[in-house]
Design a protein around this ligand. Sequence first.
Ligand SMILES: NC(=O)c1ccc[n+]([C@@H]2O[C@H](COP(=O)([O-])OP(=O)(O)OC[C@H]3O[C@@H](n4cnc5c(N)ncnc54)[C@H](O)[C@@H]3O)[C@@H](O)[C@H]2O)c1
Length: 331
Amino acid sequence: MRLTRTAPAADATPVKIHANGNGSAPANGSVPVATPAASSASVVVAASAPTAVAKPRSNRLKRPADDCERDGLLKGKKALVFGVANDHSIAWGIAKALYDQGADVGFSSMSSLIKRRVRPLAASIGATFVEGCDVRDDDEIKKVFEKWHAKNGDLDILVHAVAYAEKEDLAGNFSSTSRDGFHTAFDISVYSLIAMAREARPYMKPGSSIMTMTYYGAEKVVPHYNVMGVAKAALEATTRYLAADLGPSGVRVNAISAGPVRTLSAHGIAGFRTMHNAFAEVTPLRRHITIEDVAGTAVYLASPLSGQTTGEIIYVDGGFNILGLPVASEE
Ligand SMILES: NC(=O)c1ccc[n+]([C@@H]2O[C@H](COP(=O)([O-])OP(=O)(O)OC[C@H]3O[C@@H](n4cnc5c(N)ncnc54)[C@H](O)[C@@H]3O)[C@@H](O)[C@H]2O)c1
């Protein structure tokens, strides 16, 4: 099994500033926001075909033939990941890490992305459960979970890595946010977590884990993040309310607050590149955040290691959130 990819082009302009924000990431995949870097990403996947030694049981996710002995923190766990748009997606980084730790992984993404983007990635980790879903539609969400249950039984790990706001609401004045734009951002980026938790709940046993992706713009003002900052604040509150609701059933709900990562969605935010470049100059650990960094924390949240952690917002931002005055150092 081999997976190669073209990395996004390096950004040419180093910026020395008092970064009053790092950028980040709402947005979509259905209407790709201008993102030459992400859209030029090529994925070449040579998936190892499962050899016909034994017929895979129909109610189990198939694994690549060379991979049956996978071990790890999540061995035997079953995960469903929403939000892979391409191999730069945070959802993909998480899916890969869950798989590397022994979990079987299934996917749900926008239908328009399934054939060219999601299926090849899924095949590279032996995943056969790949379902289209527009999270604005409750029936579509319900069907995904019903199909999951029919094919795989229970669900141990649910990853919600979905967000969208209209491009015009991620630039300019916050007070110009339209009512429709506000509804759209909240519907896709916040309500979808509630709907997914509701549909997943019957299939999640004690010890199961739900996680979503948020950003520091929920707490502090970040230029151009606008309506998505308000949506992320609601998403963080939703995480806490769901954690209290599902906690007695032994299901945990947490959010990862990631620093800026160059993804398709992130490039929909005005000025994202400038903010992204400046981030590594000011954040205490002095480097950019990768999807692998986020995935490491996702593995922890999916595993029994975080067995008594719920309703939390966990930062994966190199320490950016602790700064009172994020300025580039003089050295
Ligand atoms: N990239 C960052 O800097 C960053 C930082 C912090 C948090 N996040 C969050 O991480 C999550 C994943 O975003 P990403 O940066 O990996 O970008 P991404 O573009 O790779 O993923 C966003 C996903 O949301 C999906 N989506 C949008 N509208 C949808 C709909 N109606 N139905 C179903 N799916 C829909 C897109 O198709 C895409 O797969 C988002 O919640 C984002 O806000 C991103």
